[in-house]
Write a protein that binds this ligand. Structure first.
Ligand code: SF4
Ligand code: SF4
Length: 382
């Protein structure tokens, strides 16, 4: 067992500092925007002088609160997120540190469950919904999304009282690209055999990405990369596994923990808490609004159709990271990722890469059963 990476402490410490910073900023009049999804461009929020935090829930204890109004048979991420908002706004005691800091939620038209949950949110927090074309490959999609982004920009200008100028927007694009490049550096090191960091460690970092300030996050990634460069890798590791599928929001580390406790090493995550958040950069030489629209519409989320780009990205990652098998993770009742698994499995089969499909919620009643299935899978791919 290797000693833990010291730079990981940085992320927890920075998280605590960040809560205080956002409180102060808000007291001084800075508007704080909460988001739930990668499709809302940070660059526009920051260019308007606002702060940003994430409300995407991975906690299990807020679900019961949500189930008092939402149906039980929807995705746990939606219930957890909604439950945290309702609890915090109705004087509950689950203490979500984020909700009290929020001025406006910027939601997005992605899956049905989220869209309908967003119709209930305004009862608790002011909510703006960014619309998305659902067929990103169609010629009209960019034009429409571009107009939506400009409308969103105008909304933020009115909210903050700050004009978004092109120069500031370009600065924010460069800043976000710098973060993306650093994450590529971090993920590249995981191609080593054995990798100098575990998947559970990377997940702790990625879950902080949308809460820390960009400067804080980048500083942490730099420190982590430097430490990893000097870390003596373990003598050997188990099978190399890719996790692919639904996001693992803060509080939810279940599948990564089980996979690595069973002796495998996760070398890459194709998810919103993995490559999907940083893989593509925004073109820096282009007109910034168009460059943003193009980059964000390329996010390979299963809410989009057809989603060929995701299938080829997964195959590309499997080759690049020399994976022995893929654990395909779906949150319960997430139909998009669940159904898309069929195409992913077919594409991986052609590459002779086995896939294990796991559907789960945030509870721990299935931990043992998942462990047994993962044991059998790892034995097969070893
Ligand atoms: S899976 Fe899709 S809808 Fe969910 S957070 Fe990621 S990009 Fe957004
Ligand atoms: S995991 Fe699936 S069902 Fe849940 S919010 Fe994301 S896209 Fe929607």
């Amino acid at each position: 067992m290797q000693p833990p990476l010291k730079s990981l402490d940085y992320f927890q410490k920075s998280y605590d500092i960040r809560v205080g910073q956002l409180k102060e900023k808000r007291a001084r009049g800075t508007k704080i925007i909460a988001t739930f999804c990668l499709f809302v461009p940070d660059e526009i929020i920051f260019a308007a002088g606002a702060g940003r935090l994430v409300l995407c829930g991975g906690r299990t204890d807020t679900i019961a609160r949500a189930e008092q109004s939402l149906p039980r048979n929807i995705c746990p991420l939606i219930k957890s997120s909604f439950g945290a908002v309702v609890d915090a706004c109705c004087g509950g005691n689950l203490s979500c540190a984020h909700v009290q800091l929020v001025d406006v939620v910027v939601a997005e038209a992605t899956c049905d469950g989220k869209k309908k949950m967003y119709e209930l949110l305004p009862e608790y927090l002011p909510t703006y919904v960014l619309d998305l074309p659902q067929k990103p490959g169609s010629p009209e999609a960019i034009t429409y999304f571009l107009s939506e982004l400009r409308k969103f920009g105008k909304y933020l200008e009115d909210l903050t009282g700050n004009a978004i100028n092109e120069e500031q927007l370009k600065k924010e694009i460069n800043s976000s690209n710098e973060t993306r490049r650093l994450l590529h550096r971090l993920f590249d090191m995981r191609r080593c055999d054995p990798p100098p960091i575990t998947g559970s460690e990377v997940l702790q970092v990625m879950q902080k990405q949308f809460f820390l300030s960009p400067d804080q996050f980048r500083e942490g990634i730099r420190q982590l990369c430097e430490e990893m460069e000097h870390r003596i890798p373990p003598a050997r590791s188990g099978p190399r596994i890719m996790i692919s599928g639904c996001p693992m929001s803060a509080g939810n580390t279940k599948i990564s923990d089980i996979v690595e406790k069973k002796g495998a090493v996760i070398v890459v995550e194709e998810s919103c808490t993995g490559t999907r958040s940083f893989w593509d950069l925004v073109e820096e030489d282009k007109e910034p609004w168009t460059a943003l629209a193009e980059r964000y519409l390329r996010i390979p989320c299963a809410c989009m159709t057809p989603n060929d780009q995701r299938i080829s990205h997964i195959v590309d990652l499997a080759r690049r990271y020399h994976v022995d098998g893929v654990v395909y993770y779906t949150l319960q009742f997430c139909h998009g990722y669940n159904i898309e698994r069929i195409r992913v499995q077919k594409a991986l089969k052609k590459e002779k890469i086995p896939l294990l499909a796991i559907e789960s919620d945030y509870g721990d009643s299935d931990v043992e059963q998942i462990g047994i299935r993962i044991d059998a899978f790892l034995e097969m791919v070893s």
